[in-house]
Design a protein around this ligand. Structure first.
Ligand SMILES: Cc1cc2nc3c(=O)[nH]c(=O)nc-3n(C[C@H](O)[C@H](O)[C@H](O)COP(=O)(O)O)c2cc1C
Length: 361
């Protein structure tokens, strides 16, 4: 990315979900396994974030008091504004789960209509909702009517290329009182393959002119975000994998918007400090012992992005307790990145995604 590049300054319209005005147009997309409270907190501290959403949470699991669901919805005063993303196919269950969340102070409820994973679609939830017009509209209408905070929907463009249903759903959702729609510009059949279809996102924007449509998919840089705005006319953008690779991206976007310039993403030293901070938040939340094993997944991406050599990454991954983790981090800090330097730009990181037939995910 060219951090020095200039672009004309245009004061954007504030992004509002109903009466809720968001601090910026840049949102963190839910990434199951990653967008937990500790990650949301560090991204918020870096600045620029308009709204963060939890990983997808089972509406039924929440009502049954499942420990996993309750952990996923944990929040704190710094984690605002924040939305919980629910999945489920029964209107009553979703309404009751939404009610429980409103009582706990959630700012907005997001309904998952995009998840392609069989475990979710088999029960009629996630992207399967893109194929069931009547049931989906009934569910969304009921949740909107009975939930006193803004209700949004996150969806894909359709089930496959022959069923691009997102524009028609968007038109209906706007009528039903949905506050905003986020669209990942791929079909369910595509999984994560192929290019994001920005033309498809533009058709959703045009179908629902009365509510904000959020463009999503493959945004890694400030320039990618500008292309998304320009080619789709979307009101905001949401970033998932790009935020794992570069948690500074939201701050960069706001800097670019307000001054035409943006600072570089975090260097090796700053990423190491961020990793430690996120680990600290996780330890506070679930205790040090569990945090060591739960942080491995996230640590993998930090260390990849920091260009830490494989043997040291492995040492980090096999740490069994805080002491071993600190020892690994001390050695990582001493060794520095395998390419580039400690205080300069690091090469961009590619975040791997599930591949192969979506039916087997
Ligand atoms: C590991 C992973 C987990 C995801 N989990 C969710 C999820 O819980 N809910 C959801 O709506 N989308 C989920 N997504 C989709 C993302 O929110 C996003 O729509 C998609 O990755 C495209 O945006 P990106 O290119 O900015 O990552 C997930 C994607 C990945 C890679």
């Amino acid at each position: 990315m060219n951090a020095e590049a200039q672009s004309p300054r245009v004061a954007p319209r504030p992004l509002c979900y109903g009466a809720l005005e968001l601090p910026s147009r840049y949102l963190l997309s839910p990434l199951a396994g990653y967008t937990n409270l500790p990650f949301r907190r560090v991204v918020r501290e870096l600045g620029g974030l308009g709204l963060a959403t939890t990983d997808l949470v089972s509406a039924r699991g929440l009502l049954e008091g499942s420990a996993k669901s309750l952990q996923l919805i944990e929040s704190c005063p710094e984690d605002r504004p924040f939305a919980v993303q629910l999945f489920g196919s029964e209107p009553e269950t979703l309404c009751d789960a939404a009610q429980l969340l409103v009582e706990r102070g959630v700012d907005s409820i997001d309904i998952n209509m995009g998840c392609p994973v069989r475990r979710i679609t088999a029960g009629g939830a996630g992207s399967a909702m893109l194929c069931q017009t009547d049931a989906t509209l009934r569910l969304v209408r009921t949740v909107v009517e009975r939930t006193p905070v803004p209700v949004t929907v996150k969806m894909r463009l359709g089930w496959d290329d022959s069923q691009i249903t997102a524009p028609e759903f968007a038109r209906e959702f706007a009528q039903l009182g949905v506050a905003a729609i986020a669209v990942h510009g791929r079909t369910r059949e595509q999984g994560f393959s192929g290019a994001v279809n920005r033309d498809g996102i533009r058709r959703v924007v045009e179908a629902a002119p009365s509510i904000p449509v959020i463009g999503n998919g493959d945004i890694r840089t400030v320039e990618d975000a500008e292309t998304m705005f320009r080619e789709t006319g979307c009101a905001g953008i949401s970033i998932g994998r790009g935020a794992l690779a570069n948690p500074w991206i939201f701050r960069q976007l706001v800097e670019r918007e307000t001054s035409g310039r943006c600072s570089p993403p975090g260097n090796f030293e700053e990423r190491l400090a961020l990793l430690r901070r996120q680990f600290g938040f996780l330890s506070d939340q679930i205790g040090e012992r569990r945090a060591v094993s739960m942080f491995r997944k996230m640590g993998h991406w930090y260390l990849k992005a920091m260009r830490v050599r494989a043997s040291l990454r492995n040492q980090f991954q096999i740490a069994q307790n805080r002491g071993e983790l600190e020892q690994a981090l001390a050695e990582i800090a001493a060794a520095g990145p395998s390419t580039g330097n400690r205080t300069g730009l690091l090469p961009e990181m590619h975040v791997a995604v599930p591949s192969g037939p979506v039916d087997r995910w």
